[in-house]
Design a protein. Structure first.
Lengths: 281, 144
């Protein structure tokens, strides 16, 4: 590999919903590809189609449909087996490309009724795809201990006599299409902690906090390192926080897998072009 | 535009040179193809911009890559710009609402730009392979 140096990587912190790692000896463009792919192209499952039978709540239909879409779903066991609806052979919805849910709630008491993800029932009781919160996470057992005290997500509140009755399909998708499929809540991406490359200008130097990765001496009053005009970013600090749809570690491995698959596809398309033009010459 | 080029390649491959009185079946076959296209749209991944000039001078290439963006474009540009065979390279996103990028490669005399590009793809793929390998190693050691 003559034109690419060997990058190195070190994981510094892991939990189910946060992973931190350091990447070095590679180019900014490569590191940035990783950042972009984690946010925009790692697939997850989210509700994408809602049919509302009755809705006498205070929120209008579109508002509720939008809220349903933003609920994260536990996707790690199922996304990779699932088809994108647009690539699926079925005409509308099938088990290969969608997971049906129903929600039927009516408030019969004087007190307000909170409709939450707890009341969202999967039509197939065996499915592993459940809202990534509350009871569904508790049922998943010990592997996700940290999630145990997470509450159910509120969808809408009903007063006496109000009713919500709907059917929804969860589908596979990725963040480039709609942000609800973004598997991350945040991706921190840092290089050049002392601003030696001057890729940014500190508008008010005094207010600028020092980076955790700074290599300036502890007792120094300097806010930034001296300008290095020929320097190149070489070391990248990543911190990826997941929504609960996918464990943080899976976001990274799936992201890199997607990049590799893209390049394989491009390479195949390129060899087709090469052959076509070799024939004509 | 895509249909036009399909037609011309079909004429070139299937009927070679001896066409004269069979324009009718040719249009029929393209019609059938179009019908198929309605059901399963065959998406083209790549297209050479101005293929005739590329054939005259294979060191000069402008390639359209569909469904790609900065994610892949920037890393490939970086690798290409470090290759000795490459005189000039760059990529461009013509419009944010069009899901495609343009890639421009000018290689040094007598070197086929497509082959150089294939080499660049392999290099980038190798980079991501090493990153994946090292990530998994590091993850295994830090989680155990």
């Amino acid at each position: 590999m003559p034109y690419a140096n060997q990058p190195s990587i070190e994981v510094t912190e892991i939990s189910n919903d946060l992973i931190k790692f350091v990447l070095w000896d590679t180019d900014l463009s490569v590191a940035n590809s990783l950042r972009r792919v984690f946010m925009a192209e790692v697939p997850t499952i989210a509700i994408d189609w809602v049919q509302i039978e009755t809705n006498t709540s205070v929120l209008h239909d579109e508002f509720i449909a939008h809220r349903m879409g933003l609920i994260p779903f536990i996707s790690d066991y199922h996304v990779e087996k699932m088809q994108y609806t647009r690539e699926c052979e079925c005409a509308e919805f099938c088990d290969e490309c969608s997971i049906p849910f129903i929600l039927q709630m009516k408030c019969k008491d004087e007190a307000t009724l909170a409709v939450t993800t707890e009341h969202l029932v999967a039509l197939n009781p065996d499915t592993t795809v459940r809202p990534a919160c509350g009871q569904a996470l508790r049922d998943r057992g010990a592997s996700r201990d940290e999630f145990h005290n997470r509450e159910e997500i509120l969808i809408v509140k009903l007063r006496k006599g109000q009713e919500l009755n709907l059917k929804a399909y969860a589908k596979k998708g990725f963040g480039k299409e709609h942000a609800k499929w973004n598997p991350t809540t945040g991706v921190a991406f840092e290089y050049d902690p002392d601003n030696a490359l001057r890729h940014t200008i500190y508008p008010n130097v005094e207010e600028w906090p020092r980076s955790d990765h700074s290599s300036l001496p502890e007792d120094s009053v300097e806010k930034e390192a001296p300008f290095d005009p020929h320097g190149k970013p070489n070391k990248f600090w990543f911190s990826i926080e997941g929504t609960g749809a996918l464990p943080a570690q899976r976001i990274v491995t799936m992201g890199i897998g997607i990049l590799k698959r893209k390049l394989e596809e491009l390479n195949m398309a390129l060899s087709v072009e090469l052959q076509a033009h070799a024939q004509q010459q | 535009m895509g249909r036009k080029s399909e037609k011309s390649t079909e004429v070139a491959t299937e009927e070679a040179m001896e066409v004269d009185e069979t324009p009718a079946p040719a249009t029929e076959t393209t019609e059938v193809e179009e019908e198929e296209d309605l059901n399963v749209p065959a998406k083209k991944k790549m297209e050479i911009l101005d293929p005739t000039s590329f054939e005259q001078d294979p060191s000069n290439l402008t390639l359209i890559m569909y469904e790609e963006d900065h994610t892949i474009g920037n890393s490939i540009k970086h690798i290409l710009s470090r290759m000795d065979e490459v005189e000039f390279c760059g990529y461009n996103v013509p419009h944010p609402l069009e899901d495609k990028i343009l890639f421009r490669v000018q290689t040094k005399d007598g070197i086929n730009a497509l082959e150089v590009l294939a080499k660049a793809f392999e290099s980038v793929e190798k980079i991501f392979s090493t990153i994946r390998g090292k990530f998994e190693d590091s993850y295994a050691t830090s989680s155990s």
